[in-house]
Design a protein around this ligand. Sequence first.
Ligand code: TXA
Ligand code: MG
Length: 368
Amino acid sequence: MKTFYWKLRKDDENSEIFRQAALLIKRGEVVAFPTETVYGLGADGLSGEAAAKIFAAKGRPADNPLILHIADRKDMDFLAVELNNNARILMEKFWPGPLTLVVRKASVIPDEVTAGLDTVAVRMPSHPLAVGFIKACGCPIAAPSANISGRPSPTNGLDVMEDMEGRIAAVLDGGSSGIGIESTVVDTTAPVPVILRPGGITAEMLTEVLGAVEIDPALRGDENLIPKSPGMKYRHYAPKASMYLLEGEAGEELFRLIMGAKKNGLTVGVLCSGETAAKLREYENIIISSWGNSCEELAENLFYILRDFDRSKPDVILSMSVEEKGLGLAIMNRLRKAAGYQILVRENNVLLLKNNAKLPEFMVECKK
Ligand code: TXA
Ligand code: MG
């Protein structure tokens, strides 16, 4: 399939291109578009056949439901039933923006979109190009992140092309997406709303308006708990090289681990703050990816950096951690997944892997 590649100005909410993109959507095709979180892979959200094409293009497991994107709060009235007060408060307070609400679904929504669940995830993005595109289509747009299943979500048009060229009808390129990690998903059907996936709207922000919010315990780094959201159980974001996440005191081992890897002839990729990157400057033959100096910058750069490691091809990646509060909760969730839960910790001065797996050879001499 030929994939049209259309470049747009970030603020061009009335672009002529949207008419062409909308024609493709009406024909049941798939079109990728920018949002303020990551790029989405959009199709007509009221057509089961069109939604099926998204699953095919991504290689997505059929049991993982899609998010419906709308441009007007009023659309919630025909997509949801039994909309409760918590859902209404969140729509009012955080839409448009990086928050997805899981609500009881109306019967107009095809089973392909919700993977047979009786709930549906809905979000109203704020990105001007997402808004313009959805309005031109005149229907809710079902869209997962625009990556091949398992890869980091794309945050710019070229990364979408890398995964989707030849698989979908068109890509709308509006430059870098902004926040950089996916929306927060909240189940509003529970008596106390539950965060199913942490994201741009933090637990603290939700607690402030709702009084109380729960966090799915499976998000806290224990890979043995089954997450409540179908998509959260899959391996995700993983770069091709083996990645290790240094948590807590293990962070102090970074320099020794780098030396150990180099001694064993391995090229190391390091994912760390700007401050740490500055200290690594005199090391030769390591690939340093600095995420900057705040969680906002880290979120913005994270998926690009992970994809970039597939281009620079280190043998092993060592990633530093951030504190698990605010945006840090979402970031640590993505980093743990990207590392395939290979989490290094230091207990009683001993370096070990959290899941008790054997330390790789190059780390053993650093064990102490
Ligand atoms: O920021 C975002 O949310 C991006 C942009 C494109 O909007 N979209 C995105 O979609 O990240 P996706 O498909 O990659 O992730 C959607 C997540 C999955 O973990 C899925 O399992 C969950 O939302 N989800 C969707 N419908 C659900 C439902 N009814 N109940 C529970 N979880 C649901
Ligand atoms: Mg995704």
